[in-house]
Design a protein around this ligand. Sequence first.
Ligand SMILES: Cc1ncc(COP(=O)(O)O)c(C=O)c1O
Length: 361
Amino acid sequence: MPSMVSLLPTTRCEAVEGRTIRVDLADTDWDNLGFGLVPTDYMYVMKCTQNGTFTEGKLQPYGPVELSPSSGVLNYGQGLFEGLKAYRKEDGSILLFRPEENALRMKSGAERMCMPSPTVEQFVDAVKLTVLANKHWVPPVGKGSLYIRPLLIGSGPILGLAPAPEYTFLIFVSPVGNYFKEGLAPINLIVETDFHRATPGGTGGVKTIGNYASVLKAQAIAKAKGYSDVLYLDSVHKKYVEEVSSCNIFIVKGNVISTPELLGTILPGITRKSIIQVARNQGYQVDERLVSVDDLLDADEVFCTGTAVVLSPVGSITYHGKRVEYGHRGVGVVSQKLYCALTDLQKGITEDNMGWTMELN
Ligand SMILES: Cc1ncc(COP(=O)(O)O)c(C=O)c1O
C-alpha cells in the first residue's frame, strides 16, 4: 500500500520475562509524545448513500479528504466523533479497550443527529483494520498509546436546513502520551459560572462536534489564567456539577464515590462507566446522583476520567475566587488505586475478567 510519511520501522527489543520480543516501530520520538497529532500511514473511509447503508469501506493513505463546500457537516455541524485507544502489551501484541461501547455511543449520537451509522460490527472491524494497518505507530510499553479517532460526518451537499444526503465514516489514528501538560500530576480546575456547555434537551449527551467548538472560549480564558481546564455547572440551577470540557468528574468522600448522573447534558463516558464498575468491584459505594458545588468543595478527593485523560487526579478547584486543594498536592489513595486498576486492565497487566479488552494480532 502507498504511504505519505516515513514508514521505515525501527526495531526495538523489549526483554519480557527473560525472552526478547521484537517490536517494529515507526521512526518517531517515542520519549516525548504529548497529545498532539502525529500523522500515521493509513486512514479508513466508508461511505453511506441515501438508503442508509454503509458499504465498501477501505484503507487509504492518511491525508486530506475531498468535501463539498455545501456539505452538511461544514454548514450545519452534522457530525460526530469518537475516541478510543490501543495499547501495546508487554509481549508486543495490541489491545483495544471496549471498542463496541464506542460503536454503540456513535449509534445513539447518530440517532440524535439524524444520521445513519455503521453497525457495531462494521465499526469494530474498521477500528481493528485501521489499528493493524498502523501497528508500527502503537507506542512501546510505557510510552503512551495509539489514540483512535472515528468520525461520522454529513458529507453530502445540502442548502436548506435538513439532513445531508450522504455520510462518510472515517477513522484516523495518532500515537499519544499524556493529555494534560501536568502529565499524571494533579490538575487545577476552575468552576465556570458564565459559560455553559449543554442545556436540557440539547446535545450535551452525545459526542457531536459542535459541543467542542463551543467550549474553546471558556477553556482559553481558564488556561490563560493558569488553570488546566474548566468544570461546567448545570445551566438551569447553576449549582450542580456536570463535567470538564473533555472528561467526566468524580468526587470521593470517605468510602463513597459520587459522579453526576446521566440526565442528557453530560457525555456518558466509557471510562466513567468502567471506573464505576471497577470501584464497585473493589467494594466502594458508587452513587450516580446530582453533585452540588458544595459536595465538590467538601470532597476528600476529586478526579476526572476519559479516554484521553485516563484518570486524572484534581489538585485544586477554584470557585468564585476561592481555591480548595485536595490531597495536599499528592494523588489521593482512592484515585491512585482506581487509576492502577483501570490501566493495568487496559494494558493487559491484570487478567480481564470483564471481557473489556480485545486482542489484535
Ligand atoms: C465532554 C466529554 N465528557 C467525557 C468524556 C469521557 O468519555 P470517554 O471516557 O468515553 O472517553 C469525553 C471524551 O470522550 C468528553 O468529550
